[in-house]
Design a binder for this molecule. Structure first.
Ligand SMILES: Nc1ncnc2c1ncn2[C@@H]1O[C@H](COP(=O)(O)OP(=O)(O)OP(=O)(O)O)[C@@H](O)[C@H]1O
Ligand SMILES: [Mg+2]
Length: 423
C-alpha cells in the first residue's frame, strides 16, 4: 500500500502541474485576446509552439484550486436540504462540472468552452455562468444559475440582494459559496433569455428603415419592406398600420425633407459662390418634378417660389446675396424641423414593430427599469441588452405574456464596472 502511494505521487504532482499550466494559459490567452494582443502572445511563445499548441487544445480552466483556502457555504432557506452531498464534499468541482448556461444567441459570437484556442478570437470565459436544477422536499423543481465572481467583484452579490429587497425585478440571490479561492453566487433562474438573444431571434438587432427618410413610391415601399430582416415575424395588422403611417408621412414631410436637402445645397452654393455643383442639384429636383410636380410646387410655394421654373430663374439671377442668405436661413430651420419629424417617425415605427413582435416596446421598458433603479438609489452600471432578461415561452418561441401585454423584464449582473463595449 505504502509502496503504491509513493509510485502515484509523481503522477499526481504532474497532473497538478499540468492543471496549473492550463489555468495560466487560459488566463493569459483570454487577457491577450481582450486587449487585442493575440499576435504578441504568438511572438512570445513561438519557440515552444508545439507544447503551447497541445495546451491550447485543452479545456480552459478559470477557477482556482487552492487546497488551503477556507470553505464557506451560505444557502438561502429555499435551498435548504436540496443540494446533493457531492456539492458539499467539493463545491468547486461540483459547480464547475455543471452545464454552462444556454445563451440562445444562435450564432458563433461566443466560444463553445471546449478549448483554449478558440478564445483567441472569442475572448470570453463561457464557464463562468452555469445552470442546474434541484428538487426541494415538496417536490418543487428549483432552477439555479451559478456565477463565478472575481474577488474584486464580490460587491455584486450584496448589490443584487439589495436590489431584490428594494423590489427591483431581478433574480433572487439563493446562495454565496466560498471554496478553494473561488466565490460563487447562486441566483434563482428566470425562465427567460436575455434581450440581446431575444432581438437576435426575431431579427430585430440590425435593420434600417429607409422608407422613413427617402421619398419613394408604393411599389418601392413594399420592396423595401419585404427586405426587412424581421418581415416574417410582423403581423398583417402592424404591416398595414406601418403602410398607412408611411403614406401619411410621405405627404406630410418625407418629400419635403428630400427636397430640402438639394435646396439647402443649392442656396448655400449660390451664397458662397460655388456654382460647380448647382447643376447637379437642379438636375435631381427636375427629375423629381417630372414625377411629382403638384406636390413639389406646393412645397416650393412654402419657400416663396411659384414652381421649379421660378426657382431656376431666381437662381440664375444669382446676385442678391443678402436675399439668398435670408432664404438659406429659412431653409435650414425648416430642414432641422423636418429631420426631427423624420427621427420621431422612425422611432415610432420601431416602437410599433417591437410592440408587435415582442409584445412590448423593450426600449421603453428598459428606460423604466433604469429609472426605477435610480429612484431607489441602487445604481446599475451596465444597462446593456445582455444584462436584461425577458420571460420567454420556449414552446412558442416568443416572450411570455406577449398576447396579454404582460411581458416581464428583469435586470441582472450588478457588477461594479461597465463592460458595455463588449456585447
Ligand atoms: N438568473 C438568471 N436567469 C436566467 N438567465 C441568466 C440569469 N443570470 C444570467 N443569465 C444568463 O447568463 C448571461 C450571463 O450572465 P451575467 O451577465 O450575470 O454574466 P457576465 O459574466 O457578467 O456576462 P457578460 O460579461 O456577458 O455580461 C446573461 O446574459 C443571461 O443570458
Ligand atoms: Mg452580464
Amino acid at each position: 500500500m505504502g509502496e503504491k502511494r509513493r509510485e502515484e505521487q509523481p503522477e499526481i504532482e504532474q497532473e497538478i502541474m499540468l492543471e496549473e499550466l492550463v489555468r495560466k494559459t487560459s488566463k493569459v490567452v483570454l487577457h491577450a485576446a481582450e486587449k487585442g494582443r493575440t499576435r504578441l502572445f504568438d511572438v512570445l511563445t513561438y519557440k515552444n509552439i508545439e507544447k503551447i499548441n497541445r495546451i491550447l487544445d485543452k479545456k480552459p480552466i478559470f477557477y482556482e484550486n487552492e487546497q488551503h483556502a477556507k470553505t464557506e457555504i451560505l444557502l438561502s432557506p429555499e435551498l435548504g436540504e436540496t443540494m446533493p452531498a457531492e456539492f458539499f464534499e467539493n463545491p468547486t468541482q461540483w459547480i464547475e462540472s455543471q452545464n454552462n448556461i444556454e445563451r440562445h444567441y444562435g450564432d458563433k459570437s461566443l466560444p463553445t468552452g471546449k478549448n483554449i484556442k478558440e478564445m483567441r478570437y472569442q475572448s470570453y470565459d463561457i464557464s463562468k455562468v452555469k445552470e442546474f436544477s434541484v428538487t426541494d422536499e415538496h417536490g418543487k423543481y428549483i432552477k439555479i444559475v451559478s456565477k463565478r465572481i472575481k474577488p474584486e467583484e464580490t460587491s455584486e452579490i450584496a448589490l443584487a440582494v439589495k436590489a431584490f429587497a428594494a423590489g427591483i425585478p431581478t433574480p433572487k440571490v439563493l446562495g454565496e459559496i466560498y471554496d478553494k479561492g473561488n466565490t460563487y453566487a447562486f441566483f434563482e433562474k428566470i425562465d427567460g433569455i436575455d434581450l440581446k438573444a431575444a432581438l437576435k431571434k426575431k431579427k430585430l438587432d440590425h435593420y434600417s428603415l429607409a422608407f422613413g427618410v427617402t421619398d419613394m413610391d408604393e411599389e418601392w415601399f413594399w420592396k423595401d419592406f419585404t427586405n426587412l430582416p424581421f418581415k416574417n415575424f410582423i403581423s398583417d395588422v402592424c404591416r398595414q398600420e406601418i403602410f398607412n403611417n408611411w403614406k401619411k408621412a410621405k405627404k406630410d414631410f418625407i418629400l419635403e425633407r428630400e427636397i430640402s436637402i438639394p435646396l439647402k445645397d443649392l442656396f448655400r452654393d449660390v451664397s458662397e459662390r460655388y456654382f460647380d455643383q448647382v447643376e447637379d442639384k437642379m438636375e435631381s429636383l427636375r427629375w423629381k418634378n417630372t414625377l411629382n410636380k403638384e406636390a413639389i410646387d406646393k412645397i416650393l410655394k412654402k419657400y416663396g417660389f411659384k414652381n421649379l421654373d421660378d426657382l431656376e430663374n431666381q437662381k440664375l439671377e444669382g446676385a442678391d446675396l443678402e436675399k439668398y442668405k435670408k432664404l438659406l436661413k429659412i431653409i435650414n430651420r425648416r430642414a432641422e424641423i423636418l429631420s426631427k419629424k423624420s427621427t420621431i417617425f422612425k422611432d415610432n415605427l420601431s416602437a410599433a414593430i417591437l410592440k408587435d413582435i415582442l409584445g412590448v416596446d423593450v426600449n421603453v421598458e428598459k428606460e423604466k427599469l433604469e429609472k426605477m433603479c435610480k429612484e431607489k438609489g441602487i445604481e446599475h452600471k451596465d444597462f446593456a441588452d445582455r444584462n436584461i432578461l425577458v420571460g420567454w415561452d420556449f414552446e412558442k418561441d416568443e416572450p411570455k405574456g406577449k398576447d396579454s401585454g404582460d411581458v416581464k423584464l428583469y435586470v441582472i449582473d450588478w457588477e461594479k464596472k461597465s463592460k458595455s463595449n463588449k456585447k
